[in-house]
Design a protein around this ligand. Structure first.
Ligand SMILES: Cc1ncc(COP(=O)(O)O)c(C=O)c1O
Length: 408
């Protein structure tokens, strides 16, 4: 029966309805105390619960501080009495969240004023189509650099809309290198040139930004955005699925130079037209509000870490440690050319693949999760985005060394 009573000190603002009988009052108080205890216990359990090191390629780890803050704000954002999940995207509360997130991202990446930032849905995969649908204008050709599984997918989609010139192609070397600038076969008449600065599956990353002259450069930055400073002015379009360095899956960020907006292909669906989203502040329809909010918390966290220069330093150090451990062992190997090695996704194989399952289960016992390589390549892959603490990499290296001692 006490369940019917409100618990005044748990729910401020609600008036206490006195119970009809003394016994009920005792029960109500006991219930309230139990609820409080239960709340504290739960909180304590949550606080002391170990966070595992999750090496997933995406959705990937988020900074614990961000999740903790989201938890604190879950029921009541900033005294609004609402969860962000419940807010109208047009209400002043959410609009302030959205604007701050965009302002912070602009600050972090030093995005010039003549670029729009769009907060979209549809994943990076939708951009494989949106890019040709919006950038071809009256042209029929686009340049693509083929450096791995993700550029292959982008190319396959673009071929539905235009002739693709492979301006660079590393498939012969099994995608373990990046083409150097002087080998690129760029078409100065192309509508745009597309590349994938970091191939998430192969662990191959460009150490330079291709120079394409007047042809707008388009980058699928899904797995490298925010890992270091970049010069946005060198790009026509940057797009990225959020689920690696930005926030939860379901949000896609597009950073696009203004002059590239407003030239859609005939008959383009409204939602595939960049102008639709640019003209409406990404609120033509209901945007992924909660994901946008979490992305905003991640941007705040990045600023607190000292911005991208500070993160770049940590990311370089984490990656160097892991590659050094791999290269110094006779047991693990990474096939990628040294100048093309990713800071974010580090694939490696064991000298005896029959030990893969034992390696993975031993790792999981130590709280080192999701190290299995992509199903298309096998072996292992450690994705070490911004939110992976350096300690996680150190523990992984110790585990690898122990495992090698035992089985190598
Ligand atoms: C480089 C790259 N491009 C595109 C995608 C596809 O992204 P989405 O799943 O958001 O469509 C991924 C996903 O992991 C990726 O790593």
């Amino acid at each position: 029966m006490f369940l019917n009573y409100s618990i005044p000190f748990l729910r401020p603002g609600l008036s206490f309805i006195p119970p009809a009988h003394e016994n009920d009052l005792v029960m109500a108080c006991q219930g309230a105390i139990n609820s409080l205890r239960c709340g504290f216990n739960k909180q304590k359990k949550h606080r002391s619960m170990a966070r595992n090191f999750n090496f997933s390629a995406g959705p990937a780890m988020l900074p614990t501080a961000v999740i903790d803050r989201a938890r604190e704000e879950m029921l009541d954002w900033n005294g609004s009495g609402m969860s962000v999940m419940e807010m109208s995207h047009r209400g002043k509360e959410f609009v302030s969240i959205a604007e701050k997130a965009e302002a912070d991202l602009r600050e972090i990446l030093a995005i010039p004023d003549n670029y729009k930032v769009l907060f979209l849905q549809g994943g990076a995969s939708s951009q494989f189509a949106m890019v040709p649908l919006n950038l071809l204008k009256d042209k029929k050709n686009a340049d693509y650099l083929n450096t791995g599984m993700w550029s292959k997918k982008a190319i396959a989609e673009a071929k539905r809309f235009c002739d693709v010139n492979l301006a660079g192609d590393t498939s012969e070397g099994n995608f373990t290198t990046v083409p150097s600038q002087n080998t690129l076969n760029l078409n100065p008449e192309a509508a745009y040139a597309h590349y994938t600065p970091n191939e998430t599956i192969g662990g191959v990353e460009f150490g330079y930004i291709p120079e394409t002259g007047d042809v707008p450069l388009v980058a699928d930055m899904s797995s490298t955005i925010l890992s270091r400073p970049i010069d946005v002015s060198k790009f026509g379009v940057i797009y990225a699925g959020a689920q690696k360095n930005i926030g939860p899956s379901g949000l896609t960020i597009v950073i696009i130079r203004e002059d590239l907006i407003g030239h859609p292909a005939d008959g383009i669906p409204t939602m595939f037209n960049y102008a639709t989203h640019s003209d409406s502040g990404s609120m033509y329809n209901t945007p992924p509000t909660y994901n946008w909010y979490i992305a905003g918390l991640v941007f705040e966290w990045i600023k607190e870490q000292g911005g991208l220069p500070a993160l770049a330093e940590i990311n370089r150090r984490k990656a160097t440690k892991l590659y050094t451990a791999i290269d110094n062992s006779g047991f693990y190997s990474n096939p990628v050319a040294e100048n093309a090695r990713s800071w974010m996704n580090i694939p490696f194989t064991l000298s005896d693949s029959s030990l893969d399952a034992a390696f993975l289960s031993g790792a999981a016992e130590q709280g080192l999760l999701t190290l299995k390589g992509h199903r298309s390549v096998g072996g292992m892959r450690a994705s070490i985005y911004n939110a992976m603490p350096e300690e996680g990499v150190d523990i992984l290296i110790s585990y690898m060394q122990e495992f090698e001692k035992k089985h190598g």
